[in-house]
Every structure is written in structure tokens, then in C-alpha cells.
Design a binder for this molecule. Structure first.
Ligand code: NAD
Ligand code: ZN
Length: 364
């Protein structure tokens, strides 16, 4: 097919307090006494409150055999973690009515992958790639508690597997339902909120400056960029309106890259993440800090936002690495062909040589 035909999220609810409708939203999707599984970011395990002061956990509408499982997101999701969770659920319940992910991008990705692995045989590592998933998963819903990754709308779930870090990209991957309640992001720490928010900003720059751009991507990308600017450039103090805007920026930023691609910051940051375990948001920021030659205006504005919001961006993280380690990062990064092609055009291999990429990694 010449034009990509996208499967989107089926249902979206947006608004402060919309989380309170969860019971009603899930009711039609309950299958007999098969439970709903709430996969919740471990940040909320000790009763962390959400907007209205009540703990998030106390607000989860548990019925019958429903279960809360806390997702350990100390490290970004792994295929082994997904397989273990799916096996645990199959052993305990046989089948479940659905998997509801509540958390940052890592928890949302885990929820999507576990839902798929409830119905697909083998290991999630077998499905890292494009359109390898052949059977729909169980019902899945995503409820973000951080804004920026766009994982709530994307058709992928990024997993680190035995040989690579790659998503399960498929028409079966998008959520059946997302609940966008900006109150849930209210207590995110300033640095984390910035790193994840910058993931969205960087998605926009990479999409808008990329060669894959079309009007669909541009329309969403420009709106997301405008919202990022409103919260990180124009506002002097973070408030509820910022949470509202950043949640919609994340959604629009995710929609923008659905039809285009990310670019240099992501391609380079994937190498860091694979070798050093650097997390996605902060890794993108570390790289973006040095990308003036590729995105001059975007990097200038990025630096302004870093300064205005008083954020620390680590430097010197590649100091003392061996040639072999640099080679590993370069291999992972150059393997992200569509990202480079989007950023630099069809002849990208002539532009981004191994030597040039090594020099860039040495700066980080
Ligand atoms: P995250 O989910 O990794 O969470 C970062 C930290 O914030 C964790 O310690 C978490 O416990 C904590 N946290 C979450 N919500 C919080 C809250 N409300 N208050 C305080 N702390 C909170 O961070 P992220 O930046 O949202 O997600 C990054 C992940 O998303 C990576 O694994 C990346 O690969 C993935 N990602 C996926 C897509 C996609 O399309 N599927 C796109 C971009 C990124
Ligand atoms: Zn990203």
C-alpha cells in the first residue's frame, strides 16, 4: 500500500477527574468473572496521592477477582519482564478481561505488551519488529501519569530484548481505550516532568524538520510544539493548566510521529540506552544538547528551556568508554535506518559516517 493505513486508539476520554469514570468505562469489557488487571507504576505503591489528595490506588475500581500489580520501572521494559508478567497471569487466572496500564511511558508499554502476550504464543522477543504480531491481545487501556512520550497513542511498545531494543509495532498494539486525566500528572518531580516533556518537544522538532513530513504530521506537530512552548517557555510557574496542556501536547506529538518518524536525537539516544541503560527522556535531552548542526533553531530553544526551568542535563557520560563500547552504540544507532533517513534524506549513509557519529558520542 502506498499510503500507510493506521489503526488508532479506539476510545479516548480527556478531562480533569475523568479517571473517576473508569469503572463505567471498563464495565462493558468484563468477560464473566475474568479479572481486570491494573498494572500500576510502582511510584504509586506507597499511597502517592493524585490531584484530589486521595491515593491513586484507593481510586482504582476493583471488582471480583481484579488485581493490582505494581510495575517495576527502575529499568525500561524488557521482553523477559513482559513474558514473566503474562505467564504469571495465565498461571493464576487462565485468561483475564483486560490489562489497564497506569503510569509513565514504561508502564504503558508494559501494559500493551502484556495484553498482546496473553494471546500470542512464544516470547515477546519473537515479535520485536514490524507487523509480526498476528493475533489481537486482550482488551487494553492506558492511563498516563507522565506526559510526553506519546506511548498512549502509538502503535508500538518499546522493549529491550536479548539482542536489541525494538518495539512490537503492529495494528494490534494501540490501546482500545485511553483515559487522559491531567490531575494524575500533578505530582511528577520537576526534572522527570521536564525530561518526559522534552521527549514530546524533540518528537515535534524531529518530525517537523524531517524528510517524511506531510500535512497530517505537520498539523499535529505544530500544535504539540505550540503547547510545549506555552508550558516550558511562556509560563513562569507550573500550574494545573500546564498539566492540561502538556497532556495534549503528548497526544498530538504522538499523532505527529505516527505518520512520520523521529530523527537524530532518538537514533543516537537508542545507542546510549542500549549500552549504558540511559533512560529515554533524559537520554534524548543529553543528545539534543549537542545537535546544533542538525536542528539549529530547535536546539537553541531547547537550551533556553533547560535554563529557564533550571534543569540539569548530564554531560561527560561517554567518558572513558572503550572502542568496542563506542562501536556497539554506533551499530545500534546506525541500525535505526528509518530515523536517519527521515532526518538526513535518502543519502543519509554518506552524511552520517561512523567517524562522525563517534565524534558525536564522544561529546556526550
Ligand atoms: P517512565 O515511565 O520510565 O517513568 C520514569 C519515572 O517516573 C519512574 O521512576 C516512574 O516510577 C516515575 N513516575 C511515573 N509517573 C509519575 C508521577 N505521576 N509522579 C512521580 N513519578 C512518576 O518515564 P516516561 O518518560 O514516561 O517513559 C519512558 C519510557 O517510554 C521508555 O521506556 C521509552 O522507551 C518509552 N517510550 C515509548 C514510546 C511508545 O511509542 N511506545 C514512545 C516514547 C517512549
Ligand atoms: Zn521519544
Amino acid at each position: 500500500m502506498k499510503f500507510r493505513n493506521f489503526k488508532m486508539v479506539s476510545f479516548v476520554v480527556y478531562g480533569r477527574g475523568s479517571f473517576n469514570q473508569l469503572d463505567e468505562i471498563l464495565a462493558p469489557h468484563r468477560k464473566g468473572d475474568a479479572p481486570m488487571i491494573f498494572l500500576v507504576d510502582h511510584f504509586f505503591e506507597n499511597g502517592a496521592p493524585t490531584g484530589d489528595g486521595k491515593s491513586l490506588i484507593s481510586r482504582i475500581p476493583l471488582r471480583g477477582k481484579d488485581k493490582i500489580i505494581f510495575a517495576d520501572v527502575t529499568y525500561e521494559p524488557k521482553t523477559t519482564q513482559v513474558d514473566k508478567l503474562a505467564k504469571q497471569l495465565k498461571d493464576e487466572f487462565g485468561t483475564v478481561s483486560g490489562v489497564i496500564g497506569i503510569g509513565g511511558g514504561s508502564t504503558l508499554d508494559l501494559a500493551k505488551a502484556v495484553s498482546l502476550m496473553m494471546n500470542n504464543p512464544g516470547s515477546s522477543a519473537d515479535y520485536q519488529g514490524w507487523d509480526l504480531v498476528k493475533v489481537p491481545g486482550v482488551y487494553k487501556a492506558g492511563i498516563p501519569t507522565l506526559s510526553g512520550t506519546g506511548a498512549e497513542v502509538s502503535r508500538t511498545t518499546v522493549l529491550t530484548g536479548p539482542t536489541r531494543k525494538l518495539g512490537m509495532n503492529s495494528d494490534f498494539t494501540p490501546f482500545d481505550q485511553i483515559v487522559l486525566d491531567p490531575e494524575l500528572t500533578a505530582n511528577a518531580p520537576v526534572n522527570q516532568r521536564f525530561y518526559t516533556g522534552m521527549d514530546c518537544y524533540i518528537h515535534c522538532i524531529e518530525s517537523l524538520e524531517g524528510t517524511y513530513l506531510n500535512e497530517f504530521s505537520k498539523s499535529y506537530g505544530e500544535k504539540a510544539l505550540e503547547l510545549c512552548r506555552e508550558v516550558f517557555v511562556n509560563k513562569d510557574k507550573w500550574d494545573a493548566e500546564c498539566d492540561d496542556k502538556l497532556m495534549m501536547a503528548s497526544y498530538a506529538g504522538g499523532m505527529s510521529i505516527a505518520y512520520s518518524q523521529v530523527g537524530v536525537a532518538h537514533a543516537v539516544s537508542y545507542g546510549l540506552s542500549y549500552l549504558l541503560g540511559t533512560k529515554h527522556g533524559i537520554g534524548n535531552c543529553i543528545v539534543m544538547n549537542h545537535l546544533e548542526p542538525y536542528y539549529p533553531e530547535g536546539v537553541k530553544e531547547f537550551k533556553k528551556m533547560v535554563e529557564k526551568n533550571n534543569i540539569d542535563i548530564p554531560v561527560g557520560i561517554c567518558k572513558g568508554l572503550t572502542d568496542e563500547q563506542f562501536d556497539t552504540m554506533i551499530n545500534v544507532s546506525l541500525g535505526m535506518k528509518p530515523l536517519w533517513e527521515n532526518a538526513l534524506g535518502k543519502d543519509w549513509e554518506k552524511i552520517m559516517t561512523r567517524e562522525k557519529l563517534r565524534a558525536l558520542y564522544e561529546k556526550l
